[in-house]
Design a protein around this ligand. Sequence first.
Ligand SMILES: Nc1nc2c(ncn2[C@@H]2O[C@H](COP(=O)(O)OP(=O)(O)OP(=O)(O)O)[C@@H](O)[C@H]2O)c(=O)[nH]1
Length: 392
Amino acid sequence: MAAATTTLPAAVICIGMAGSGKTTFMQRLNAHLHAQKKPPYIINLDPAVKNVPFDRNIDIRDSVDYKEVMKQYNLGPNGAIMTCLNLFATKIDQVIGILEQRVQSITSLLVDTPGQIECFVWSASGTIITDALASTFPTVIAYIIDTPRTTSPTTFMANMLYACSILYKTKLPMILVFNKTDIQSHDFAHEWMTDFEAFQATLRKDEDDELRQGGGGGNGYMGNLLNSMSLMLEEFYKHLSLVGVSAMAGTGIDDFLTAVQEKVVEYDSEYRPELEKMRKKREEEKVSKQQKELDKLMKDMQGVQTSAGPSGSGASKPEPVQVDVLSDFDSDEEGGEMIERDEDEEPRKLGDEEGLQARYQQALAEDRGKKGPQGQNTLDEESFVSYLMANR
Ligand SMILES: Nc1nc2c(ncn2[C@@H]2O[C@H](COP(=O)(O)OP(=O)(O)OP(=O)(O)O)[C@@H](O)[C@H]2O)c(=O)[nH]1
């Protein structure tokens, strides 16, 4: 699955509703690529998954302990997944660093995400992780769909709207992967996506059936809504590739890999320039915001100096704001590097022996007054201004 127009490996982010078959699909893809002697580099971003039936190179569960996060922060399952992703996102630059170091030996990247789509797609951390990957590698979204559960026009439409919103949010090329085609062929989906009349006819038939059974039918609001939405989605379908696979039986995987190559070409010609434009704009906004804050601060400082006298007596250095961070970065053992998994290694449970808060505070205390692992400034060396900026 090497990129078609660039030497960089393609990154495939698998997104799909719970139970759509993401994990099974990744397992199948992994086996397929291993058989072709092109083993993929695998990243698991689902902190709550119990068993992953294939080897991962980087696993979020090595960095953050989902159960511990739930307990420590008193969160429910979705809140804990989001918090784990937030904590992991703070280290994404190190993940990218590892990937860049290995880029010569990586042929493709596969990323598994939590089944709770909204935790990944709609969270700031999901965006940070996706953006970081997409700004380094040609990145494609594989949206996995449970085909047997999508045969009614209403559920089909709901699924397409969700896919549309992901496309809109990530702004990355997308492949619709109709999974479980061993149970239900995806031909109906292909027809509905390419022939508007066919979808309208099915919609009308559905409404008539409902009327016969004593339901409201489609004469009202719902019928009109579905009609308008199907018209709107016609434009959206043009930007998608569609493949039918059975992760269980192993069919359609070659079609998927071909679609990935096509999307990589599209990424290079259309998405990358757009992403670069957006990134440049964001950078400019950030710099201008920082400059404004700095100007404001300098003004305030002048006021403080005037009122405190020339020596500025009485001004004590503020204590840093306490933040709980869970990570597997151990500067003593690993030189501050993100830890990659050994193939058979069990997930490390950080914070099992000591309270996470205590660990962080201790690490923070040790960090003060000495250089960071990459020689970056530590808290003591940071200027008062940057300290304030960081803890606004
Ligand atoms: N018949 C059939 N079943 C499948 C296929 N792919 C997955 N399944 C089944 O669908 C169920 C869900 O599959 P998973 O791979 O766990 O789905 P997931 O999307 O990773 O689920 P979450 O981890 O909850 O998000 C399992 O029982 C699989 O065996 C397929 O191609 N055909």
